[in-house]
Design a protein around this ligand. Structure first.
Ligand SMILES: *Cc1c(COP(=O)(O)O)cnc(C)c1O
Length: 435
């Protein structure tokens, strides 16, 4: 039997013992050991700046000190860790803080449901409830949408590669063009309404529409406020529930706590996970308008709906939202990134970049292969930066919201150097071909 005696950045344990399904560890091939704020250190002591933030699960950075302190106190005091969905003090504090700090000032009335601890669990609960309430089967989703990996959520996800993994038909859904999908000058809502209106369209009336206000995984596609408002009107006209999947764009990623605040829409159901616990601990919530709470006790159950450690850090995370200060800081950083990316698009016209984004979810769409190359070069320079889009065509800037301006600027400088290097490499290859 092989003895797995591992040193430093040797990855052979993962390569031989872990499934081929491994993904991010291939893009960032080192062994991470420590993390704090916007930084990570590997087993060789090498420091990395994190422009990926756990795909949006680390909006407040790694091991945020106040959350860590609360967590340590709770652990030391033998606070309950697992409790199914029994009433605990930790959950009570979270529910009260969520009501007082988030819902009340925004005049939003939602009941909080705890599905299983992941984003896809929240999406499944939303789809199930919408079908139960309306008695309709179909859910309308959008091109390039991403909602998770379980069958229900996969059925409303656009990506062909991910869908093919299902192995069974993904049905009872209809995919419609997202804002801008049919070209800048075509209003996709008009197209959708034609389908809803026309008794010959072949589409049964959907129970609900599920939408991301910005498609993160799908390529950083931003829906306009008019489009979101129009979509809400369509939902009201045709008795469809409006579900906003705020799993990635919520908790401040776009600058406000909920991503839909900029449009003034009021979804019937909101899915949240990723940064809701604030500390990277698994937790999800599904918000429901009170009149939609037609669940009967235990109808949607699950073992891990009471992660009290996550409730403790989540409650602390909400303290960031007590004033406007955090939102204002995010807006300042977002503006810095927007200016830097616009400058890079101009500086390297050969790369034919197209700027995209909002808040601290921004990026540049590039020709096939370039974004992957940039991510690789950035990693070599100590910057963790992912791609997004069906063909990984977008380089994505998604740091913790708490990152320092100077670290943000340093990271963007690295991106600049990488873009330059991509051009140099392309020119060298062209010379080899020509010689
Ligand atoms: C990440 C994500 C999900 C799925 O969350 P998991 O915790 O990975 O199941 C769903 N919707 C959106 C928009 C996401 O970004």
């Amino acid at each position: 039997m092989t003895n797995f005696n591992v040193q430093n950045n040797d990855l052979h344990v993962f390569e031989s013992l872990e499934s081929e399904v491994r993904s991010y560890c291939r893009s960032f091939p080192t062994k991470f050991q420590k993390a704090s704020g916007y930084q990570l250190w590997d087993a060789n002591g090498r420091c990395y700046t994190d422009f990926f933030a756990g795909a949006g699960a680390l909006n407040y950075g790694h091991n945020e000190p106040r959350m860590k302190e609360q967590l340590l106190q709770y652990l030391t005091g033998d606070g309950v860790t697992h409790s199914l969905d029994m009433a605990t003090e930790a959950k009570e504090k979270f529910l009260s803080a969520f009501h007082d700090i988030i819902l009340k000032p925004r005049k939003l009335k939602y009941k909080v449901m705890f599905p299983g601890p992941t984003g896809t669990n929240s999406v499944e609960s939303a789809l199930k409830l919408a079908r139960k309430i309306t008695g309709r089967e179909t859910i309308m989703s959008f091109t390039n949408a991403f909602h998770g990996m379980t069958l229900g959520a996969l059925a409303v996800t656009g990506n062909k590669f991910k869908r093919n993994g299902a192995g069974v038909p993904l049905n009872h859904t209809v995919s419609m063009p997202y804002d801008g999908y049919m070209g800048k000058d075509i209003d996709s809502l008009q197209f959708i309404e034609n389908y809803l209106q026309d008794s010959g369209s072949g589409m049964s009336l959907p129970a609900a529409v599920i939408v991301e206000t910005i498609q993160g995984e799908g390529g950083i596609n931003v829906a306009s406020t008019e489009w979101l408002q129009g979509l809400e009107r369509l939902c009201r006209s045709y008795g469809m529930l409006l579900i906003v999947d705020d799993v990635q764009m919520g908790c401040g990623r776009t600058g406000t706590f909920f991503s839909f605040e900029r449009s003034g829409i009021e979804p019937d159901i909101v899915c949240m996970s990723k940064s809701i616990s604030g500390y990277g601990l698994p937790m999800a919530i599904t918000l429901l308008k009170p009149e939609l709470d037609e669940w009967t006790p235990g109808e949607h159950n699950g073992t891990f709906r009471g992660n009290n450690l996550a409730f403790i850090t989540a409650t602390e995370a909400l303290q960031y939202w007590k004033t406007d200060k955090f939102s204002t800081e995010i807006a300042v950083k977002a503006e810095k990134v927007a200016q830097a990316l616009a400058r890079l698009v101009k500086k390297y016209p050969e790369l034919k970049g197209e700027y995209r984004g909002l808040g601290l979810m921004q990026g540049i769409a590039l020709e096939p292969g370039i974004a992957d190359q940039l991510s690789k070069l950035a990693f070599e320079r100590g910057l963790i930066m992912e791609t997004s889009g069906t063909d990984s065509e977008v380089i994505k800037i998604m740091p913790p919201l708490t990152i320092d301006i100077s670290a943000l600027e340093a990271g963007l400088q690295i991106l600049d150097e990488c873009m330059q290097e991509v051009l140099v490499e392309a020119n060298n290859e062209a010379q080899v071909v020509n010689s």
